[in-house]
Design a protein around this ligand. Sequence first.
Ligand SMILES: Nc1nc2c(ncn2[C@@H]2O[C@H](COP(=O)(O)O[C@H]3[C@@H](O)[C@H](n4cnc5c(=O)[nH]c(N)nc54)O[C@@H]3COP(=O)(O)O)[C@@H](O)[C@H]2O)c(=O)[nH]1
Length: 949
Amino acid sequence: MSLIINADTLPRYQTRVILGMVAVLMLAVSAFFIVNAYTAGNEYIRQQWQTQLERSHQKLRDQVDSTLDYIGFIRQQTESVLKDQVRDEVRQAVSVARSIYADVQARNAGDGEAARLIREALRDLRFFDGRGYIFIDTMAGECVLLPTLPEVEGSSLYDNQDDTGHYIMRGLIEAAQQPRGTGYSSYRWYAPDYPDQMRAKIAYVEAFEPLNWIIGSGDYLYQVENDLKQQTLKRLQTLRLDNHGYIAVLQQDGELLLWPSRPALEGQGLQDLDVEQRDMASWLIEQATPEGRFVNYDWYRPGSSEKHEKLALVQLVPEWNWVLVAGVYQDQLIGSLNEQRERLEAGLHKDLRALLMLLVVALMIAMGVALLISRWLRVLMRRYQHEIDHQREELEASSRKLQLAGQVFESAGEGAMISDSNNRIMAVNPAFTRITGYRAEEVVGKTPALLASGRHSRAFFKQMWKTLHEDERWQGEVWNRRRNGEIYPQWLSITLVTDEEGAPRNYVAMLNDISERKAAEDQVRYLSDFDALTDLPNRRLLRERTKQAISRAMRRGEQVALVIIDLDRFKNVNDTLGHGAGDTLLQRVAQRLSHEMRGGATLSRIGGDEFVALLPNVDAESDLSAQVAHCLAQVARPLDLNGHELVVTASAGVAVYPDDGESFDTLLKNADTALYYAKGQGRNNYQCFTSSMNQKVSERLLLESALRDALKREEFELYYQPQYDFSRNRLCGCEALIRWNGPDGLVMPDRFIPLAEETGLIIPIGAWVLEEACRQGEIWNRATVEPISVAVNVSAVQFRPELVVEVRNALDVTGFDPRQLVLEVTESVLMSDVDGSVRLLQQLRELGIRIALDDFGTGYASLAYLKRFVLDKLKIDRTFIMGIPEDKDDVAITSSIIDIARHLNIMTVAEGVETEAHCEFLRAAGCNLAQGYYFDKPLPADEFSNRLQ
Ligand SMILES: Nc1nc2c(ncn2[C@@H]2O[C@H](COP(=O)(O)O[C@H]3[C@@H](O)[C@H](n4cnc5c(=O)[nH]c(N)nc54)O[C@@H]3COP(=O)(O)O)[C@@H](O)[C@H]2O)c(=O)[nH]1
């Protein structure tokens, strides 16, 4: 979010800031006071809790101490109580004895009677809950009365000892012999509750002088103490601490002596309690120490089934093996503390409300003040803002202008250079750097002279400055030098900038690099005169130069020749290898021919595969012929075209000034006629124009026209020349040879096949021959037992990939067995593109047909190619057969061909066999087949049929 500050928003922000600050301040103060009060309240409650706790502790401690004091007091009382009680009982018994004795004396019944009566009177006397009795012994230690053991009465107990070795009777006698005739004696004797154990006992005796007896009684200390314990428990039972608090007493062995919350359990041991009670009793016994320990736990309040938090002091009383548990329930304490806490919180809420009110009031006041200030500020700010906006708009306008100027300067496509009144460069733009190569820091402070190329004179610059100062502007084409030294043309336009007084202040130069434009102009000029593919002069330039050569020749009486050189079957190259290869071929031919141009000769390309050589100052006709023949020979040299080895031939037509024409157009037309004538001669030759050529060319044109109609009119016919098998001495096949039944009679193939090839008519004618030969072959083979083969000639124009389709069509349409079809191709056809030929032959053979190499030995093929071209037959050319057997060379050549073919497993066919001698030689040499006038001339189909029968 962006903060936009202006005259309207600033007061608004300012009001919000003041209000915010007041609110924050108030909140901080409030929070401080509230937190303080809350903390102080909590501390107070905590102290209260502590104090109450300490008070409870003290109360419990005081109660337990007072109980302990009481127990101590009770314990001290035990012996004196026992003594007082025993003494009282003995005194009563002695009193009874004295009464009886006095009574007996009064009756004079004697001491014996008195003794019996006293004894019987005291025997059944019981006290201390039935356990106390009176015993009587003599001063000599004889037992007079012992109600608990009457069988020992009359026997002496003088030597009786207790478990400490003390003489019991002797102690009693000693006590009675005290001056007052009374006394106490302590000893240990069997206790009624514990028959096997002696316990401390205190006896009181009084001497009964009349009978020299001692009358006494005693009691066990523990029994008195038990009485006192019960007394103590009774006292503690009624004791209550803080309403519900009480003191519980447990025997250390687990017996519950006093448990006011569960009185029914008193007198029961741990084993009699439920788990909860047992756990609590055991835990309390464990906590007990002689010093006492405060513990907290939850336990039932008397008469309640709910547990409450309890604080207790657990104190061990070792003398009695008691555990005192003095406890109070803390509900009251907690309740009172909660009350205090609630009071505190209520106070805090009240304070908080008051603070909030205060805060609201403070905020309202602050808002009012802030609004007033903000209104005042808004008025002020608007005034300032208005001024600032005005200034900013002015600044932005001028900045935009400057920026625009800067952008124009920086991004201009034209180089810009600004210099001062002394022509020292002040600034240049990126386009200047791009054009000149100089960066700004390299030229600033220097004069534009560093760009000078040296191509302009001092006068040029003098004139330039003069114009500039007069017109305040100069423009023109200037040659300058780049940083890398390159000299280039530029269009320079300089403007003079003057000050108010008209004195020069700056020079602003705009410069345009026009080197590309100039180059383009040169290119246009070049293209109008030259052929772009071969860089040779084109027809226009050739015309110019021819005109110049003719005028010169005219002046000097010289001759000038125009030679048109046209590639044979160039279309084939384009069709089979593509136009790229065709272009390359034209460039290579152009190079070869250019090498042959001497003495001011011009080679030009006037279109397609037509080159024209302008040969000035031609002296003798023989020189001209040799030169043209040499050119054709150079063209016909084998060449490698993109991996294809080709032999391309050319034909040429020659016209010479002044005999064959006096203008460029006439010469060119006549040279073209001669070329046409040369093509008609079977190509790869040249012809010089003669006036009769025009006549012949016309004839040829007529022939071409008639040939075009021949197919439609079905004027072609096939003749079949038989072929004989030497080994089987029988007719085995034939060669199909075309004839034209033209308007003027039968025309032989030599007359129309070259023209058909030249015009492309050979394609439909060849297709017709193939189909017709197959059709006829199928008729014969259906009628004969031994199938015969039919050979069909294929011209160079036909020998292209489409031939495969044409052959397949012919076979499909006629049903002729492919194995009986032989295609005859010449060496020159195969050699014009060796790799393409290999592929095409392979595809043809895959159809199942056979291939024969026609006219073998007359072309360029080396024997090595015989391996690459997979062939079935070699036809030995007629020219070798003709010399047999006289001509040794022909004999040797023919024999060698037959031998090699045999080794390569290729059949040999001898052409032009005319004599018996030919036959014998060939048979002897191992030739397989023969064809010639010796056997038969080419025959119409029906005549050939007769031969088959
Ligand atoms: N592309 C095609 N070319 C064809 C076709 N038909 C013929 N030709 C080619 O024309 C050339 C002339 O052929 P032609 O006038 O028919 O001459 C053939 C024979 O008549 C001739 N010959 C045969 N035996 C003898 C002989 O003993 N003596 C002698 N002087 N001439 C003889 O030879 C020609 C056959 O030659 P080749 O083809 O080389 O086997 C010729 O080049 C034909 O190829 C066609 O349909 N298409």
